[in-house]
Design a protein around this ligand. Structure first.
Ligand SMILES: [Zn+2]
Length: 264
């Protein structure tokens, strides 16, 4: 049995490597059933991403990454497992027909986009922006910041060359265009896919929460690990640690034998 590529080069700007989730016993420690999705992503990244010398990254580091950087690292982890396809189930907005889309993650994999960029307002004003980071999400949640203006304002670094503070309030006329500017610079974080309904031929843009789909996949991998431990422990009375210390091909072999002999 071929083991999938155990390490996949993560985006160059992060200067790190990603391994496949589900290949280490400690992957059972990652908690998916948490209210704060960003915490689950951080735990995954700390577990599976290392620097170019193979050293673990610190727990605080992924919090300083942009959402785009984190998404690219999650994609690298999934690709390291040799699984490039992710399924998206949506309903047609016109006729309600269920549509199943298979996305190839190679299409989205690449270097993270630049964390800082410039946007030009309709009146010609140049505005320097930065992409949101995971610690921004946590701060907004902690401080209960929900107003669109406040979120946008906190990502503005300067206006017409003048640095602005946290209390800066952008003109209301900018808000919608700012949204578009973030989406154009980082299309992956709020991904929109152009699709056509096979039943009624209605063309539509479908929102795709790639981070949620990837998280779902990693949670499924962890559930499969637990199921394997359960089956092997039931058949052979080995401990969890003993089972997880086995290479994956040997675990697969014993599971095949359990199935073949009808022990399951
Ligand atoms: Zn339709």
């Amino acid at each position: 049995m071929n083991e999938p590529n155990p390490r996949c080069r993560a985006p160059a700007a992060q200067r790190c490597c990603a391994r496949a989730f589900g290949s280490a016993a400690s992957d059972l420690d990652v908690a998916f059933a948490v209210v704060d999705r960003a915490s689950a992503v951080t735990a995954l990244l700390v577990a599976c991403v290392s620097d170019m010398q193979g050293r673990a990254i610190s727990f605080d580091e992924p919090g300083t990454w942009t959402l785009n950087q984190r998404l690219q690292a999650l994609i690298a982890m999934r690709l390291a497992a040799g699984d490039a396809t992710i399924g998206l189930q949506v309903a047609c907005s016109a006729c309600g027909e269920a549509m199943s889309l298979d996305l190839d993650l190679h299409t989205f994999a690449g270097d993270p986009v630049a964390p800082h960029f410039t946007w030009c307002a309709d009146d010609g004003t140049e505005v320097s922006l930065r992409l949101p980071r995971a610690d921004d999400l946590q701060r907004w949640r902690r401080e209960g910041v929900l107003a669109h203006e406040a979120l946008a304002a906190s990502l503005i670094e300067s206006v017409a060359g003048q640095a602005v503070g946290a209390d800066h309030c952008p003109p209301a006329a900018w808000l919608s265009a700012l949204d578009d500017a973030f989406a154009a610079h980082d299309p992956l974080t709020a991904l929109q896919l152009q699709t056509r309904c096979p039943a009624c031929d209605h063309g539509q843009l479908v929102a795709c929460d790639l981070e949620a789909l990837l998280l779902e996949g990693f949670a499924g991998t962890q559930a499969k690990m637990l199921e394997e431990v359960l089956q092997l422990a039931s058949a052979f009375h080995w401990s969890e640690a003993e089972i997880l210390a086995l290479p994956r091909w040997r675990r697969a072999h014993y599971l095949q034998q359990i199935a073949a002999r009808g022990w399951a």
